[in-house]
Design a protein around this ligand. Structure first.
Ligand code: NAD
Length: 488
């Protein structure tokens, strides 16, 4: 599985195609058994995997285990149990026009899936697309982020233990240039998770060979707290949603809108909980480090921009190396970077709203549309707000962890992505749907040549009967006479 240093993108793709020739012949049930082995191999190695993630990302231990490894296990088990059913031949109806025919959809593997993954959840965001592709019968080339290339070794070890056949899963290490070489080499699907800017580059290159893309991109997720919400619970969720993994989560709460009438009370709770957060490393801390100096600089730039434009910092500004202490900003507006661009750090800007309409307008005033979080005891109101929000996903009275439900598709609206993974939809998007019709007809079909005036009249009568507003007796009479003609 491990590639020799310097192996070209073309060679890797060639290896993957060769492996595909036999992997595609496996049944979904055989592949489910391999997924089970992958799950078991992860569990055998779980502490080591967590240790490797923590060492290379600065995450808190519990974050690595609970938010990177656990959702991956859940997703593997979901496809283990459900892939055969989701990919099974699906019978479809056949219209009367196609009398003597039956129809079905067959789901076939696509070929080679290139997975390009980011650094923020290196395990989950590499392995979940990879196992989805494998479950659908594809082979996989993984290009992890160069900031977390260690995950390549971790996953090679896991796949080796699971006994995956040679080259069914390969890792290609390198930067964005290397990823571009792989896209140009012509895989059958590019599954990309990363920033919106890079997503555009991926799509541009893939379009040259018409390679389909799945893009899971950035977010600027809003949380809306109405005055009738459980404020204590909402404040707990807000600090978790905004600051977990040091805010470096695609579905982090990046904007908080609170109804004016409860703003003061809510802010009090929010600040108290923010002050209680333990920053550091190990299993007894809440928020770990930021991944790189560059990422930290982006976050600080957003804070500085907001302060220069009149925002107030309600927390003490403090950092130690790559550890940035959680920050809460008020007096913010949509002219500030912190309200419009993805911050991807432990910063929570809070803004007041008066009405439901205004809350929706503020939340939708964004290029992004990944996730959202709506808080109220009135579920009807919450559902109405969710329908009006321009996001691909939403959580009512909680935040963030809806991404971990394997039964639901996950994908972004607007500039947060194209397509979706997880759930039945995710598996089918990694498959080629082949629509099949079977004819039991004998001799010549009525639509074949030669065309005659008689055929024209028959087709016209069929159209009037099928699509016109005739009563039941007229319809039956017409169908009977058409049937006799067709039989002749
Ligand atoms: P990034 O876009 O910088 O990099 C992602 C991957 O793309 C890396 O493997 C990188 O090496 C590769 N890459 C870089 N340049 C490339 C190019 N020109 N062509 C092809 N590939 C290239 O993103 P990141 O900083 O690693 O991750 C953070 C971003 O990912 C955030 O925007 C976050 O919101 C997003 N994200 C989205 C989801 C989601 O599910 N929607 C999940 C996690 C992270």
């Amino acid at each position: 599985m491990a590639l020799k240093k310097g192996a070209s993108a073309k060679k890797i793709l060639e290896n993957s195609r060769k492996a595909f020739a036999s992997w595609k012949k496996t049944t979904p049930a055989e592949r489910a058994r391999k997924l089970a082995r992958i799950r078991e191999a992860i569990l055998e190695d779980i502490d080591l995997i967590v240790e490797e993630i923590v060492k290379n990302t600065g995450k808190a231990d519990t974050d690595a285990l609970m938010s990177d490894v656990l959702p991956t296990l859940e997703m593997i088990q979901y496809y283990e149990k459900n892939a055969a059913r989701i990919l099974a031949r699906e019978k479809r109806k056949t219209p009367l026009m196609f009398i003597n025919n039956s129809s079905f959809v067959e789901y076939k593997p696509l070929g080679v899936v290139l997975v390009i993954s980011p650094w923020n959840y290196p395990f989950q965001l590499s392995l979940v697309p990879a196992i989805t592709a494998l479950a659908a019968g594809n082979t996989v080339i993984l290009k992890p982020s160069s900031a977390t290339s260690f995950i390549g070794r971790t996953l090679e070890r896991t796949m080796r233990r699971a006994g995956l056949p040679k080259n069914v899963f390969q890792v290609f290490r390198g930067n964005g240039r290397k990823a571009q070489e792989l896209i140009k080499a012509g895989p059958d699907l590019v599954f990309f998770t990363g920033s919106t800017g890079t997503g555009k580059k991926v799509m541009r290159t893939a379009s040259e060979n018409l390679v389909p893309v799945e893009l899971e991109l950035g977010g600027k997720d809003p949380m809306i707290v109405f005055e009738d919400a459980d404020l204590e619970r909402a404040a707990d969720a807000a600090v978790y949603g905004a600051f977990a993994n040091a805010g470096q989560t695609c579905v982090s709460i990046e904007r908080l809108y609170v109804q004016e009438s409860v703003m003061e009370e809510f802010l009090g709770k929010l600040l108290e909980k923010t002050r209680g957060i333990r920053v550091g490393s190990g299993s007894d801390c809440d928020v770990g480090a930021m991944i790189t100096k560059e990422q930290l600089m982006i976050v600080e730039e957003h804070i500085d921009d907001a302060l220069a434009k009149g925002a107030r910092l309600l927390t003490k500004r403090k950092k130690k190396g790559l550890f940035l202490y959680p920050q809460v900003l008020s007096n913010v507006n949509h002219g500030m970077k912190v309200m419009k661009q993805e911050t991807f750090g432990p910063v929570l800007p809070v803004m007041a709203f008066k009405t439901e309409k205004q809350a929706v307008e503020l939340a939708n005033d964004s290029d992004y549309g990944l996730n959202s979080s709506v808080w109220t005891k009135d579920i009807k109101k919450a559902e109405r707000v969710v329908r009006a929000l321009e996001t691909g996903n939403a959580y009512i009275n909680d935040a963030v962890k809806n991404i971990g439900n394997p039964h639901l598709p996950f994908g972004g609206a607007k500039k947060s992505g194209i397509g979706a993974y997880h759930g039945p939809e995710g598996l089918r998007r990694m498959s080629q749907a082949c629509s099949v019709m079977v004819s039991k007809g004998k001799g010549k079909e009525p639509n074949w040549f030669p065309y005659t005036t008689g055929l024209y009249q028959t087709v016209k009568k069929l159209a009037q009967t099928n699509y016109g507003n005739l009563n039941l007796i007229e319809k039956t009479r017409n169908y009977l006479s058409l049937y006799k003609k067709i039989k002749r």
